[in-house]
Design a protein around this ligand. Structure first.
Ligand SMILES: C[S@@+](CC[C@H](N)C(=O)[O-])C[C@H]1O[C@@H](n2cnc3c(N)ncnc32)[C@H](O)[C@@H]1O
Length: 263
């Protein structure tokens, strides 16, 4: 990251308010205050994702794992090109989990925050395509540490899946009101953008009135703070998975139905 790149991205009028808000939150709240307690809680509740998927619906889990493998193989040239350019787009979300939930819930509308390379995007779009319909709305903010970051957003998303995708890149606080002003109830949401307490609470507060009766929420990096734990306590069920050195949380009124395998 060069200071020049960050400063140049920050000075673009469309991005300045989001950048300023990020800096404010960092200075005001810090990042790691709740991490130890959150990590302890997540670790104590974590279960094996693969075993969970096989129990919920073995055939669908197998399909989901196969989708993840195919995507990883087809995206390899892109990943290598991006890496050769010295660009780090961060780690992927749980591809097989998101594909599985999209197939199990068959949402008319899915919502995600945090696109970057687009692994989660591709997983949800792949599930929607297999379902034969549905629309994904994505909220992102270009990674300000890299030069001309817009060109990398969703770079691993296969072109044939993009017709059902609506991408917004002005940051959650501007994108979500725009998206929520016109979408039908959301069946599946995935949170993987601003990892602060403030950012997560804003999302949960804004999105909850727009969720479908069988909605499921997937939240990434729940070890950062206690927001997922607090939110999960308002539902009858939640799950926590350890995934590539972090924790993913799953909750919502639709979770028991997913676990019964009732598609
Ligand atoms: C961990 S990456 C997302 C990875 C992605 N889900 C995947 O599976 O490939 C986080 C993304 O969230 C974006 N982001 C950070 N703060 C944001 C905000 N306030 N609003 C929207 N996006 C934000 C980052 O720029 C980055 O693109």
């Amino acid at each position: 990251m060069t200071l020049f790149t960050v400063a140049r991205n920050a000075m673009r009028p469309a991005y300045l308010p989001t950048m300023a808000h990020k800096v404010y939150l960092r200075l005001r709240h810090g990042h790691d205050r709740e991490r130890k307690a959150a990590e302890g809680w997540a670790g104590a509740h974590a279960q094996d994702m693969d075993a969970w998927g096989r129990r919920a619906d073995p055939a669908l889990w197998e399909e989901s794992v196969a989708f993840a493998r195919t995507l990883e193989t087809s995206a390899r040239p892109t990943v290598e090109r991006v890496a050769a350019a010295g660009v780090d787009l961060g780690g992927p979300a749980g591809i097989e989990l998101l594909y599985f939930l999209t197939r199990a819930l068959r949402p008319a509308v899915a919502l995600e925050t945090g696109v970057a390379a687009g692994w989660s995007t591709a997983a949800i779009l792949g599930g929607l395509a297999a379902n034969g319909g549905g629309q994904l709305y994505s909220s992102d903010f270009p990674l300000f540490r890299i030069s001309h970051p817009e060109r990398y957003i969703g770079c691993v998303v296969p072109p044939e899946l993009r017709d059902s995708w609506s991408l917004h890149i002005k940051g959650d606080r501007r994108n979500l009101p725009e998206i929520l002003s016109h979408v039908p109830p959301i069946g599946l949401s995935h949170y993987d953008s601003d990892k602060t307490r403030n950012g997560r609470e804003y999302f949960l507060h804004r999105v909850r009135p727009h969720t479908a009766p069988r909605h499921v929420l997937v939240m990434d990096d729940i070890q950062d703070n206690l927001v997922f734990r607090e939110h999960a306590a308002t539902y009858p069920a939640f799950r926590v998975f350890a995934y590539q050195g972090k924790y993913i949380g799953l909750t919502g009124p639709g979770l028991p139905a997913v676990e019964r395998g009732s598609r």
